[in-house]
Design a protein around this ligand. Sequence first.
Ligand code: PSV
Ligand code: MN
Length: 390
Amino acid sequence: MIERLDTFAIELPSWGFADTGTRFGKYVQAAAASTIDEKLADAGMVHRLTGCCPSVAVHVLWDFPAGRSPTQIADVAEREGVRIGSINPNLFQDQVFKYGSACSPDPEARAAADEHIDRSMAIGRDVGSSALSLWFADGTNYPGQDDILQRKRRMEDALARWHQAMPDSMEMLVEYKPFEPAFYHTDIADWGMAAHFARKAGPRAKVLVDTGHHLPGANIEHIVSFLLSERLLGGFHFNDRKYADDDLTLGSIDPYAVFRIFLAIRIAGERHGFETRHVGYTVDQSHNLKPKIEAMIQTATTAQELFLKAQMVDLDHLVRAQDAMAIVDAERCLRDAFATDVRPALREWRRARGLPEDPLEAFRESGYEARVGAERQARRGGNPASSSYA
Ligand code: PSV
Ligand code: MN
């Protein structure tokens, strides 16, 4: 168990440290990060305390301001004890993308998307990132607004072009989402479409599963098993939800679902011999109400706990029960593992790795939140934090 924990890492999102809101408003926090330097400092803090968050996903438009080279930003990350992880282009915020990016009927929008992806890949090359993580807001709001089939072709063409231009060191992750911001149709609405687009794009394109991007009731571990067996699973964006893409803290609503996802990955690897080491885990949450860093620490430690619980499942016993069609016994294998208190094992791992036994307590004792809150407020001239989200 302890050794397995050493293999577990989860990437932090730079945007999770900044003030965010809903379309109804935004509640600002004094300690929220507003620059990439602040985001990397916060991520470094989370990694120092948890030992399992060595990389940070970055958003191109929000994190690479004019006048700062990508290598300078990578140096800041290194100084903070983390590295730059996946590169997330922004194909949704510019006015030119009003009717979509890769799928837009407007050739100017498609050209702008090409240009932004070129820039994102150059950044990826410069900072040594291994993933170009693509999420598209592309879609339409009304029946008849655009030709859906034509948009599918445009997406296929764009992804194939980008795949060909991608540095050898990178892989392409294709994320799906059923709705929002498009409310009639979304060009990559589900995992099947993402798998199709990834296959068409080329061998280095894989599907990214954001746990919040499913219609209610979807069986995510089924999707995960399916994609792994097709060698098409590239990674995850973890968050929890009750209704839609709520971006709540991992495991806060349905920890059993996360446990089942980790178990599906373990079964595909251990029982069926599929490669699972390349599957990247990333947090994709936006904490509107919780203090950002505490929420991230909570997320990372919860992820470790649920991962460990999935390692506790007695696979031999499970297989025997399945072969005997002993449903109650099979399910009990899962429930027993899920009910196991793995926190003592985690504390032991942390002790052995020179980490604080209780990262959240250690964070509170450090006084970091109050200190950076005061510094950041002062730097902003007393103004509340400004968000990287519009
Ligand atoms: C979209 O909802 C998403 O999940 C994508 O991954 C974006 O990159 C991220 O949220 C942040 O906007
Ligand atoms: Mn996401």
